[in-house]
Design a binder for this molecule. Sequence first.
Ligand code: F6P
Length: 748
Amino acid sequence: MKFVIRYGLAALLIMIAIILIVPPFAASLIEQWSQSDVESRSVLAFNSALDDFTSLFEEHNSKRIVALFDRMALDEQLLAVGFCDEQGALLYKTKEMPKNFTCKQATLRKTPTFSTLRLGHSRLLISSFPVATPDEQGHLVLVHDLALVEQRGAEARLWTIVVLVGVVFLAAAFAVLVTVLLARRWLQSLRSAIDDVRLGGSGTMEASDAPPFAGEFRHLLRDLQLTDLAAAGPDLDWSPAMLRNVLTHKLPGAEVIVVSNREPYIHNHKDNQIIVQTPASGLVAAIEPIMRACGGTWIAHGSGSADRKTVDRFDRIRVPPVAPNYTLRRVWISEEEQNGYYYGLANEGLWPLCHMAFVRPNFREEDWHQYELINARYAEAVASEAKSSDPIILVQDYHFALLPGMLRKRLPDATIITFWHIPWPNPEVFGICPWKEEIIAGLLGSSVVGFHTQFHCNNFLDAVDRIMEARIDRERSLVSLGAMESYVRPYPISIEWPPAAMKDQKSVPACRATVRRRLGLADDVRLGVGIERFDYTKGILDRLRAVDSFLTSHPEWQNRFVFVQVAAPTRTKLAAYTELQVEAAELARDINARLGAHCEPIRLIVRHHEPDEIFELFRAADLCIVSSLHDGMNLVAKEFVAARDDEQGVLLLSTFAGASRELTEALILNPYNARSMGVAIEQALLMSAAEQRERMRLMREIVRLRNVYRWAGQMLLDAADLRNRKRIIQIASRRRSSTEILNRVQAR
Ligand code: F6P
């Protein structure tokens, strides 16, 4: 806009300058031409009267002289005629001769002269012609009125202004039209060049459409390769194509290996058949679209009852089952190992240690040994899958704290990015872990250690500071432990946009109708949902208590509000989880008995749901409660927002979930305060459609822009930077050592 104002003003000034200069110039030209025309007429009049005048003058016949002058003055522009004698006295003159005219005002020379004179309001042309008789000499003076000349000049000025303004406006309109059309064409061609680069092309433009600076632009595009922009510009549109482009241009030929405990596709036996299941896991929800976009190998625990049956002899299977494009390599873990590594150390030790949910962590020596053993098994699997010496290895989560260190020894040139999907506690809390040094040293085998939030990065740095003999560069978030350097960075995880589960969804009214029919709800009953694994960190009990508090203090909502809690059974071997299930079921029963005379307000559905069902439920709901007591990010909150393309529905989100840092338009709540959560439920139910739309629109924009491709893209860009830096250091050290050898040879 500033640009338009600035250039519009400049154009206006130029136009004013032209109008100030050109019309006066044109007017003066016209006046000059008209005046010289009058002068010629004056000469003509003089010549035609000269003979008569000379003879009458010799006769001194003043009467006839004046009569001759009167005849001459019949010419419409000739105002008056007079005769000045040698002494400058006006001897003869016509009646129209201006009263205050004297011969001194005329230029009396030996040749004809023409001068202008302003008398009163009139401008006059005084033509003087020398006349000589044998006895006397003098000047015949013809006085012309220049009013007509002035009028012509004024008209010329006016018409020049009119024509100029018209021409300038027409030219400006034409220029604007041409510029807009050209700019549109160029922009289109630049946009397709950018898209081409995004998709890995060279960004060339059709010669006919190319703007004049196409060459420079192409170079610029190639230099930036857009991925740099992506790193700098968080608001760029991240997509699978963009992610592929980062891999193609920034990490050409790089091999990507993902390591996680949970596998993306679980094959189970059911009714003499093999069925495929997608686990309820934020990690899987985030990584799967990345693998679909980029390909590569995903190494994970084969936990399904039919998993062994579906792999090849190298324990590999191509997935997704429909349109496979990456390899799932399964790792086998015995029940005893699983009890120690997964249930024991990971989920009874590290999980409660890292989550502020007031469940005591249990650390057992034998669990630690299993944990070490399984980390080593995964290291073996990664080394056997790696086809190059410098793959990019994306290690996922708290099941693999030791793996980065083990991989660093086996594949020293690998770029290892470890992402910790859960919170990292403060150093006091982390300090209770008996293997705190081993865990941190293992993680510092990574090139980058990633967390969801800066807060968790800071906690990790504080723990390193307190526990290890390491150097910490807080400005660069860089930890040096011996020769190893690791960056510690925040990468807020997200979901794919648009989510695959939205593809076949029916309209919101259709989803509402289906879900209501299934639950047996009347049309006027409002619906709240909560969907997660049945985990004590999710605050499921607290949420049920909040519904209780809300309905007890607002009896008018009884039978008019139903809360559906979908909980996928998880880690059921652990007492903390089974106890939670029992307690939640009892609480739901109790609330329903007290407050559900006609319509039970709590519907607890304990089973696994596939993404399609979850999205249908989200679309049917009036509100969604995410009341985690502590959560790294929480992707359920983002999925609810992504499901609501009708821009309706209210998200109630715990302040202790990482997602609350991004989704600030949710109703942010403290899950420990049942009464205030109840108030938030009422606020959500009474919220106007306009306010819901405003909040939902902002949150959808955040989730759209900060999608999972951006999460992975930023990690891959960091990996690319680290690899390049490493290569430069290697080249420099090779050069240094060859120079040293040369110097030594020369010294000998
Ligand atoms: O929150 C940590 C996490 O690993 C998530 O990424 C994932 O959703 C969840 O735990 C899965 O747990 P599990 O694989 O033990 O069922």
